[in-house]
Design a protein. Structure first.
Length: 632
């Protein structure tokens, strides 16, 4: 029998226990879930009541599988980009997307106008809080209840009474809505729905008993308190990651087993700028060995040559070059975990998990690997880029099992607010976010948005987690970001609590699109982090944060455009501040316990000092300028 034949009748009328009982029933999870004119279907468009278009996990554009992006699971496996050959014994569900809403149309013709009806849904409770359930009464949405909110990942059935006064038939259908509208937090997680029934009785005999869903628990980890230890590799001590997302690889006098030593070597350039970390974006990568030089790729790299593999440089060669230059690597499976590549590169979800797990197992003790980064832009909306929260969880669970001595990193864009960090904080010890200046109208609004997202992460991620900022250096724009904006973004991230800063992305300084000051900015950060006066000791244990932007009341800035963090390291205290505006700003810092007449040293400014008044001091900032004050 084919897959669809094995599936319980998807859309049917069902007789209940009483002879006159009437119902409409659908077992969800087939390509036909969205076909109108069925007795029950999911609507793609908002036919009544506004609220924007509903959003579901739907791969109709991509695949002809019988499930078309529906969720399928059994006790051990999950499908979404592909489908199992046989659906018998498996749960199939259509999922409403995180922070969106869904609409269910149910044919009304057979029900008496005066009958009390009952809506039953079987769903998996992946929600942080209850989602509202509405019914269209002809003029307005009437809330008839809520569903879920325990986030116990159990399949469960709930039932709601539908009275005659609450409902109206529109073109022959009752219309139910789960969630408030598009881009609202009312659906606080992906919401898979397995079965739907509307009846004039309370019978749910078609529905299985409540049961645990596929959501394996993480083993006890070595990095649950990473925020306090900052030790990414056991035994190596606290570490502040600073670097770029790699790209434009140029070797200068290097080879697969020869360290690049020339001045145009990409790895040497990163190391000499003071960087200690870079991210490998795995674009359908050869995760084993690959090294192919391409002298004609660039006209600016001579005597260096572009180096790649069949798709990108091999992991073995990346590790070798990183070790040559004292760099750490964070590998990211950026395309390997998208629907197209799951289907066409690996074959299905289980083979993908196995293949990526094998990579992480192979390199689980490699000292050049700082962390694993399975999912990029977890909250990406595009069906061809994003992936369900269930599959992300299975990836991170596989990482935890395959490489227990390395932390897991997960990056999100952050436009879904606090819920993003609550959910992703369950998956990874390192959270990250990429907020680019050019996506937000330039440096001033970009810095403001970065600060807003960093604060949201810091306030909502679970205890023990850290976050890494991914600000913009080069993102395919006509030119790279200039040096003063590079430096301002770095200090903005540190001030708002980042445990590392990795810029997106690498642009070779000889590339004509690289502004001359971009690498000046990178080198300045390297000196000011790790040089003789470097601030790194104040950013790592045993140092601690006393205040950020006046939140603790120990320090305040009279000018909200001047952002600051107040730190303590032993008997020494430091206040780091940056001007978030591209114009001159002045401010007065009020600091608890500061004595009048204290000479406050300003690092990196040729011995300049500022004299304190009673409990405060004032200073002026040039456009985007940073000041680092020693308050001893």
């Amino acid at each position: 029998m084919g897959a669809e034949e094995n599936h319980l009748a998807a859309d049917s009328s069902v007789a209940g226990p009483a002879a006159e009982a009437l119902s409409e029933y659908r077992d969800v999870g087939l390509a036909s879930d969205f076909e109108p004119k069925q007795n029950i279907f999911f609507a793609r468009e908002p036919t009544v009541g506004g609220g924007g278009a509903p959003r579901y996990w739907d791969l109709s554009w991509f695949t002809k599988e019988v499930t078309r992006g529906a969720f399928v699971e059994d006790e051990q496996n999950f499908w979404w980009a592909t489908a199992p050959q046989n659906l018998r014994g498996k749960i199939t569900a259509r999922a409403i997307k995180f922070h969106h809403h869904g609409r269910i149309h149910i044919r009304s013709a057979k029900f008496r106008a005066d009958a009390t009806l009952y809506l039953s849904l079987r769903f998996r409770d992946d929600l942080l809080r209850p989602a509202p359930l509405f019914l269209w009464d002809g003029s307005n949405w009437v809330q008839i209840g809520t569903l879920g909110g325990n986030r116990d990942h159990r399949w469960k059935t709930s039932q709601w009474k539908v009275s005659p006064t609450q409902r109206a038939s529109v073109d022959g259908y009752f219309i139910f809505k789960i969630g408030v509208k598009a881009y609202s937090d009312s659906v606080s997680g992906d919401l898979p729905i397995d079965k739907i029934k509307l009846a004039d009785n309370q019978d749910t005999s078609e529905f299985q008993n409540d049961a645990d869903g596929l959501w394996p628990a993480f083993p006890a980890g070595n990095f649950d308190n990473l925020a306090s230890t900052r030790e990414f590799i056991p035994g190596e001590g606290p570490f502040f990651p600073y670097g770029v997302y790699g790209g434009q690889w140029v070797t200068d006098r290097g080879g697969p087993k020869t360290c690049g030593s020339g001045p145009k070597d990409s790895w040497r350039i990163m190391a000499e700028a003071g960087m200690n970390t870079y991210v490998i974006h795995g674009w359908q990568a050869s995760w084993a060995s690959a090294w192919v030089t391409s002298p004609g790729d660039y006209d600016w790299d001579d005597p260096g040559v572009s180096v790649n593999g069949p798709h990108t440089l091999g992991l073995e060669e990346q590790i070798f070059q990183a070790k040559c230059h004292g760099l750490k690597i964070i590998p990211n499976f950026v395309t390997d975990t998208r629907a197209y590549w799951i289907k066409h590169q690996y074959g299905d979800e289980q083979k993908t998990l196995e293949a990526l797990g094998n990579i992480m197992t192979r390199y689980k003790s490699e000292p050049a690997i700082l962390a694993w980064y399975p999912v990029d832009e977890w909250d990406h909306e595009a069906q061809d880029y994003g992936k369900p929260q269930t599959f992300s969880h299975l990836l991170y669970h596989r990482a935890a099992i395959s490489s227990p001595n390395r932390p897991r990193m997960l990056l999100s864009m952050g436009f879904f607010g606090a819920d993003t960090w609550k959910l992703t904080g369950e998956e990874a010890e390192i959270l990250a976010t990429d907020i680019y200046l050019n996506d937000h109208g330039g440096v001033e609004p970009g810095l403001a948005r970065q600060a807003e997202v960093y604060d949201t992460i810091r306030r909502n991620m679970p205890p023990g987690r850290v976050f890494i900022a991914v600000p913009e250096s080069y993102n395919g724009t006509p030119q790279s970001v200039p040096g003063d904006q590079i430096v301002a973004q770095f200090y903005n991230a540190v001030i708002h609590g980042a445990a590392g800063v990795i810029f997106f992305g690498m642009i070779h300084p000889n590339n004509p699109k690289a502004q001359p000051t971009t690498w000046d900015g990178f080198r300045q950060i390297g000196r000011e982090l790790f040089g003789t006066e470097g601030i790194a000791p104040f950013l790592l244990p045993p140092a601690r944060t006393l205040d950020i932007m006046g939140e603790s009341g120990l320090a305040k800035s009279s000018n909200p455009n001047v952002h600051f963090i107040y730190l303590e390291n032993g008997d020494s205290r430091m206040l780091i501040a940056v001007n978030s505006k591209n114009s001159v700003q002045t401010t007065t810092f009020a600091v608890e316990g500061l004595k009048a007449g204290t000479a406050i040293g300003v690092r990196f400014e040729r011995g300049r000092t500022v004299t304190a008044g009673p409990g405060e001091f004032s200073d002026s900032f040039g456009p985007l300028e940073r000041h680092v004050y020693d308050l001893k």
